[in-house]
Unconditional design. Structure first.
Length: 214
């Protein structure tokens, strides 16, 4: 788990025409590259899947899964500011191209029986579309209470079908603090401490990266 100041990260991203979400993807990719480097490995561009809500304002409290996966390729051989700008351009293009309800909302009648028959499990163990997943949930901007006690921090966590993804990330913003949780498969990713240290360095580098004139 790694924490960062949300306002500082957002300001750093805005200096390069990006968002805090774009900066998070760049930091995660940079940290994974650092871990791979310690193992003598290199994979070039990392592809991440990012859950994107398909709900639109004014739809009320409609139920059902309205989330689509968006694939984002994050380059590794550029400065953090340049990488954020590239990622921001990709995200804008993908979001502009995505229209209508998510596929799972339209084809739920097909996905459900396939999942029941083990099709989803098989796919997740054999997929080659992305390297990791980054899910960012926006929490309350100010502190909230529970039973009269103020909640001082919130840690995101998720349990899901990992398949051949050995590490994925849950991100939550709460009361001005951004918390990133790396969830790893200990059989294939035995060094989470190396990853969190690298992630902290990447976030610090992004926050202190000077703006480049455009």
């Amino acid at each position: 788990m790694v924490r960062a100041d949300l306002a500082a990260l957002r300001a750093a991203a805005h200096r390069h025409g990006a968002t805090a979400n774009d900066a998070i993807l760049v930091a995660v990719a940079g940290a994974l590259h650092q871990v791979l480097k310690t193992r003598g490995e290199h994979v070039g561009t990392l592809v991440m899947t990012v859950p994107v809500s398909g709900r639109r304002p004014g739809r009320g409290a409609a139920l059902g899964n309205m989330v689509s996966p968006m694939l984002v390729a994050v380059p590794d051989r550029r400065r953090p500011g340049q990488r954020m700008a590239r990622v921001a351009a990709q995200v804008r293009a993908h979001k502009a191209a995505a229209s209508g309800p998510p596929p799972i909302a339209v084809l739920g009648w097909l996905f459900r029986p396939l999942a029941a028959l083990g099709g989803y499990h098989w796919y997740m163990n054999h997929q080659r579309r992305f390297h990791t997943l980054v899910s960012h949930m926006r929490g309350p901007a100010g502190p909230v209470t529970f039973g009269g006690a103020e909640i001082t921090s919130a840690i995101p966590a998720g349990v899901a079908e990992g398949g051949n993804i050995t590490v994925y990330f849950e991100v939550l913003s709460y009361a001005g603090t951004l918390t990133l949780t790396a969830i790893t498969d200990p059989s294939y990713f035995p060094d989470p401490g190396t990853l969190t240290g690298a992630l902290r360095r990447e976030l610090d580098q992004i926050i202190h990266q000077p703006a480049v004139p455009r």
